[in-house]
Write a protein that binds this ligand. Sequence first.
Ligand code: NAD
Length: 531
Amino acid sequence: MSIPSWATVDPDTLSGDSPYTMQCLVNGKWVEPKETEVIPDPMNGEGFILAPNPTSDEDLQPFVDSLRSVPKTGLHNPWKNTGRYRMMGDVSAKAARLLRDKDVRDYFIRLMTRVVPKAHGQTAGEVDVTATFLENFSGDNVRFMAQSFGVSGDHEGQESRGYRVPFGPVALITPFNFSIEISALQGMGALYMGNKPLIKVDSRVSVVHEQFTRMLIEECGLPATDCDLIHCGGPAMERILLAAKPATTLFTGSSTVAERLAEKLHGRVKLEDAGFDWKILGPDPPSNPRDIQYVAWQCDQDAYGATGQKCSAQSILFVHKNWSRKTDILDQLKSLAGRRSLADLTVGPVLSWTTERMLAHADKLAALPGAKLLWGGKELTGHTIPPVYGAIEPTAVSVPIKTAADPKFFDDVTSEVFGPFQVVCEYDDDEVEMVEDCLERLSHHLTAAVVTSDPTFRNRILGATVNGTTYAGLRARTTGAPVNHWFGPAGDPRGAGIGTPEAIKLVWSCHREVVADEGPVPEGWSLPPPS
Ligand SMILES: NC(=O)c1ccc[n+]([C@@H]2O[C@H](COP(=O)([O-])OP(=O)(O)OC[C@H]3O[C@@H](n4cnc5c(N)ncnc54)[C@H](O)[C@@H]3O)[C@@H](O)[C@H]2O)c1
């Protein structure tokens, strides 16, 4: 397999014997690292990538200086360098065309599969969503997105106009689980609005964004000085942020780090953090077996697709007892989970939880009053996934709603396991309020799904909850994150969004009002008394 001309790493030859050393980009220059960190191959533990790991003040300073050199007015805004809106549209158009090219698409899929092994469909989907996003912001669409609006004033010659303006120096921090989608969409959003971002992706997967950046610069016309890219650990990034004081930082990752940065950066953050995402199967299971199978399939995808490592993964499934009375939904779920295998990566390495930790959590929940293991609860067999990562079968634990709602157990039952794990909670008509109470007590409100065709039940649940991305209806899912709708949490003023023009404007720009007040001074005006 060939690699694109701008690519510097061959996914097919990456190995312990032939590792790739990544480079950072600062001020338009790719930099050879002085210190490196060895990244293990998630499938066999071989050290296959050497990630720059700058820690000294001397090595971090160029990133600080680069951010500090960006004016508050950004690289472009509605009065300055306006041609750049169109230039960004051209960059997007070219990048989209490349990602649609079979060889380039395959290249990214192969590279991404090496660093976060997922089933082909999941990885291809990520590249395709990124291509669609870039298509959406091609041509004039960047400037259309940044459009202003006008309102007539109190007197002739007065008119107010609202603009979206950039922050200037900004930072973007993203996790390992989506190795291209989050960093590409947020990074481009930052650029579209006129900012210069310093981008830091989790070093275990940042080789993908490194190659994407090379493609943007070498093939798509992005000026190399428009963004910086650093591969480093969290503490080093935090030092840069504290020294450079970017106007805003978009953080996607765990809630612990999100809260830490919110405090350290005095609230100048937008957050996409943990998700404990729920789905409710309502009181009206469909009668058509095909519909039931569809719901079961969607539940399996939501809980275990990408080995459960999606912030939108279904963490808890509330099942109305009518489903057990009238359908074999739980048997279907068990058998769908059993189809998953390491051979086709429909279940694979878990990068932020070890096997031991996940199994201990499953055991703990299964030991709660009335709870039991439904399926899974075992380590994968015949694998060479290194012990720093996790490898378990798709797992579900059934917990009675009364136990889940009990304050003694609630926090354990509702803690996010970033792997192929879900809680199943059956409820009956007289327990809907208890379900609503559990949803009210959750701390994060990212995605949710209400599977029902009953509008009264649907409206009751929608009215009682706040999740930022909620699907409702027979085909409802928790893991919908295409770019034709908003994706992001609700219920937190720091909450960010991704994918749509509204998300980009919210995260990467702020409002400025310019009021034209030109006169004429009205006839008959005379100096009024002081007031
Ligand atoms: N809401 C969303 O859209 C979304 C999307 C994907 C993942 N997530 C969440 O991400 C989590 C999984 O990722 P993780 O556990 O690897 O996240 P993490 O918080 O450990 O790491 C995320 C990123 O933050 C960096 N980081 C860590 N400490 C830092 C610090 N002090 N200063 C600056 N940067 C720092 C990491 O190097 C990494 O690049 C899950 O909780 C998941 O729900 C959320």
